[in-house]
Structures are given as C-alpha cells and as structure tokens.
Design a protein around this ligand. Structure first.
Ligand SMILES: Cc1cc2nc3c(=O)[nH]c(=O)nc-3n(C[C@H](O)[C@H](O)[C@H](O)COP(=O)(O)OP(=O)(O)OC[C@H]3O[C@@H](n4cnc5c(N)ncnc54)[C@H](O)[C@@H]3O)c2cc1C
Length: 476
C-alpha cells in the first residue's frame, strides 16, 4: 500500500530534528510533528524576563554540540549556526580563595589548583586527553565498533569509579576536588554512585579539548540550523500538533519518537507488546531541575573576577557540599545549599541583552516533580561567591521542576536529560536491546535522549536512530 510519508518524526527537539534532517538528506519524504507552538524542544530561547533580554529556556552551553559528528555531517555551521568560544569553559569559585578554572589551556587549569595537586591533575588528564578527540565521538556513537578498544579501557578504569572516590584518591587540595565534583554533578546523580567519575572526566576533558561554547543568538540557533537543513531537503514540519495516539498520524513507512518512555507507554499502548511497555515503565528519571533566569543591570560581581571569562560557573563550594546537594535531590529532600549551574551567555554574545545589561541563567537539581521554589537558596549561593549579586537583578523568572514538565511533556518530573544516567541506564537505555533505537514493532523507532548516548544537545540519539530506521526504509 502506498504510504503518504517515508518517515514521521514526533517531537522537534534536537534529536527529533537531527533524525528528520538525516533521513530527509537521503531523499526520503519526511514529516515532523511538534506539540508546542515553538519548534526546537530543549533548544528554544525566549525573552523570559524583559523585552530585549534573550534567555535560553533549556540548554545553554554546548560542549557536546560543537563535538557532534551529526551536527558536523549536517553542516550546521554553513546553515547559520555560529559557536562563540569563551576564554574559560567552567570556573569553580570557593570561599576565601581563588577559583579553580577549567580552561582549554591545561597549564592555566593547573595554575588555578593547589600546588600539591598540579602534577596529579596533569597525570590524570594528560594520558586520557591524547585519546579524547577520538574517544569523544565514539562515546557519542555507542553502537559503532571503536577502531581501538584501548582508549575506552584506559578511560573506563577511571570512569567506572564514583566521582567522590576518584577525587579523594587523586587529590589532596580543595580546588581540584571541587572542580572534579562540579563536572561530575552534570551526571545529576549522587557523586558516590559508580560511573559518575566518567561524567566528570568527559566534562573535564571536553573543556581541555576546546572551550564550552554558546550559540550566537541563543540555543534556538541550533534548532534554526536544523530546520534550515530540513527545509533544504523538502521536509515538512508542523507545530501545535500534539500526538496522543499513533492512529492519528498520516500513513508512513517508519515513525521515530522523540519522546520519553512514559509518553511512549501511553501513546503506543496499542502498538507495542505489553512486556516491552512494562519494561519502559520501570525506567528511572532521576531528579528534576529548578531554574531561574535573570535580567541583570551589570555582570555578576564575582569575588574572583576571572569567573566572568567562563561560560559556566559551578556554584556550590567544596566536594562535600556538592555531594550533599546531589544526594538530597536524588533522595527527594530539599537542600539549603544547592549546587547551582550558572551560565552567563551575554558576557560572550551581545545579542542576548540590551547594551550595558546582562542575562543570568541558573539551575539546580531538585527532587523529581518538585513544585517548591529553590530561588532563594540559589540566590544565596550565588551571593556567597558574588556579593552584591542580588542588587544587580532587574527582573527574574523561575521555573520549578513541575513547570518544566508542563513546558515540555518529555521532561518527566522536570528531569532534563531523558532519564537517570546510572550505569545500568547508560547502556540499557531505555531498555536492553541490541539496537536500542528499535522496538518490537518494526515500524517504530525511538530517537530521544532516553536512548544512547543520552542527555545533551548533540543530536546523536536522533542520528543513530535515523541510521537504524533507514535500514528498514532501504528494505521497503
Ligand atoms: C534547564 C535545562 C538545561 C539544560 N542545559 C543543557 C546544556 O547546557 N547543554 C546541553 O547540551 N543540554 C542541556 N540540557 C539538556 C538538553 O536540552 C536535552 O538533553 C535535549 O534537548 C534532548 O533533546 P531531545 O530531542 O531528545 O528532546 P527534547 O528537547 O525534550 O524535545 C522533545 C520535543 O517533543 C515535543 N513533544 C513532547 N510530547 C509530544 C507529543 N505528544 N507530540 C508531539 N510533540 C511532542 C516537545 O514539545 C519537544 O519539543 C538542558 C535541559 C534543560 C531542561
């Protein structure tokens, strides 16, 4: 029977758009359906506070985006995407001492650490750094066989550890331990969980390979470039089309779902076997986030002014404090001193705020589904390392974890990376299958960040899913 489309993609997040763009680029007739009025999922930007202040609603800083093989293949930079590289990837302020700095220049990072840890830091990262330019794309493409297994083994021996154990076993001083903890906290897991050292190392190494960039004009520029690729190849994109059941869709040879497992359970209840749906139901999402966007009268007045050179500032103090904050979020408890991820895009991108003014972006991890505001605690944490910060606030807008799910139904309980990145769910994502993008229904494929390699704006879940779906298309 003739089908209206070769491929339909449900959801226009960076993975949905990348999947659609990859398929459309091969000449297949492709349709994208998006529930929201605005396209782009986690790569949307908006004037959330005041006119002229452009805020990234979700993703802000893109170490995985600039390294993404999928974005390179789609040539997003020739379609209008411009990365802006800061001087420093991440700064980590501490009480009464200079900040630790994650810099492209390894020597600058070493000089920002306690002298007792400088050689140890170099010994930890230097051997891994040699492999990293090859290893990083491999980690993003977990279904491809690596050319050499050695870099993965070298990385895995350290990465399998809990971040706390790697930090305590390697370093003596506060600054190196805190820097590692801040990078490890991107896992959104308690830092004594096995495997959290891998996340810490990926973020540390990526910061040495190149600065963590922001997208000129907002993260929405990534979505715009992906949409330009779709347009170039004649794909159709429709917004305000929430899919509640697959029976609503036009006919197609394959369907790719840029959705969370909990949504797939509902939407595909009649299209997938009960056993598979039950396994999707056991998937864990982990903590949510509470976010605040600020319109600021001036740059954040960090005690250590070098923090202004960083796209991201890890605000949370010592390893022990960050560890306590992440554990509280995981266990469902509020935290007085949360670990706060601060981004300051307007420092590098003048399109984000009116002349002389700045934007501020901050979120912390909170219990899944939380409706409680953590804004006061977050502001106190920033004020701790930047006295006078609160006086710079002209306007602000907060989003609780439950607001995030209302904004994007794929963020279950406000979980922002498609599900907990525990060791089990890193590989069995969302369930254990040889081809994690396939399902028991040969027409249905999964392409969201709930598949490998997981959260972040890199499009690789969508790219890998598109490759899997195109095997079916080439046979039909
Ligand atoms: C606050 C926050 C900060 C973040 N910071 C960063 C960062 O700095 N760097 C980084 O790399 N990543 C960051 N992330 C994570 C990143 O945004 C996500 O991992 C990424 O967007 C996942 O892309 P996706 O395409 O899988 O899903 P999503 O981006 O969630 O897209 C899913 C899309 O599907 C649509 N949809 C949902 N249900 C339906 C339906 N029934 N019918 C039709 N459409 C539907 C949604 O509206 C959405 O547009 C952050 C996320 C958040 C929320």
């Amino acid at each position: 029977m003739a089908q209206e489309y070769d491929a339909i993609v449900v959801g226009s997040g960076p993975n949905g758009l990348t999947a659609a763009a990859t398929i459309a680029a091969q000449g297949y007739k492709t349709l994208v359906l998006e529930a929201s009025k605005d396209l782009g999922g986690g790569t949307r930007s908006a004037e959330l506070t005041l006119p002229g202040f452009l805020h990234d609603v979700c993703s802000a800083v893109h170490p995985t985006g600039i390294a993404s093989p999928a974005f390179k293949e789609l040539q997003l930079e020739s379609l209008g995407l411009e990365w802006i590289l800061p001087e420093i990837s991440a700064a980590h302020p501490l009480d009464n001492e200079p900040a630790a700095l994650l810099s492209h220049d390894l020597q600058a990072t070493l000089e920002s650490l306690d002298s007792c840890d400088q050689t140890k830091y170099a010994k930890l990262v230097s051997p891994l750094l040699k492999d990293f330019e090859n290893l990083f794309p491999q980690l993003l493409q977990p279904t491809a066989w690596p050319k050499s297994i050695l870099p993965q083994v070298r990385f895995g021996i350290k990465g399998i550890l809990p971040a706390t154990r790697l930090a305590d076993a390697t370093f003596k001083g506060r600054r190196a331990k805190a820097l590692l903890a801040g990078c490890g906290a991107h896992s959104i897991l308690p830092l004594d969980f096995w495997g959290t050292a891998a996340v810490a190392l990926v973020f540390m190494l990526s910061g040495h390979v190149g600065p963590w960039p922001v997208a000129k004009g907002g993260s929405v520029s990534i979505a715009k470039a992906l949409l330009a690729s779709l347009q170039k190849n004649g794909a159709e994109v429709r917004s305000e089309r929430e899919v509640r059941n697959l029976s609503e869709l036009p006919s197609s040879k394959v369907i790719l779902l840029d959705l969370a497992p909990a949504q797939i359970q509902r939407i595909c209840a009649d299209d997938l076997p009960q056993s598979y749906l039950r396994r999707l139901g056991r998937y864990e999402y982990g903590p949510g986030v509470h976010k605040v966007d600020f319109a600021l009268s001036e740059p954040i007045p960090w005690k250590d002014p070098r923090c202004l050179q960083a796209s991201t500032v890890h605000v949370g103090g010592t390893l022990d404090e960050i560890s306590a904050s992440e554990e509280a979020a995981w266990k469902g408890s509020p935290c007085d001193k949360p670990f706060v991820m601060v981004c300051q895009q307007s420092q590098f991108d003048s399109t984000r705020a009116p002349a002389g003014k700045q934007t501020g972006y901050a979120y912390c991890h909170v219990p899944n589904g939380s409706t409680r505001s953590a804004t006061d605690e977050m502001e106190l944490q920033i004020e701790r390392f930047a006295p006078g910060f609160k006086d710079c606030i002209i306007a602000k807008r907060e989003m609780t974890a439950s607001d995030f799910q209302a904004y994007n139904p794929s963020y279950i309980g406000g979980a922002i990376t498609g599900g907990a990145a525990t060791l089990g769910q890193l590989f069995a994502r969302p369930v254990l299958r040889m081809d994690p993008y396939s399902t028991p229904n040969p027409k249905l494929f999964l392409c969201s960040h709930s598949t490998p390699p997981g959260g972040g704006v890199h499009g690789m879940c969508g790219y890998n899913a598109a490759k899997s779906a195109m095997k079916k298309l080439s046979r039909s």
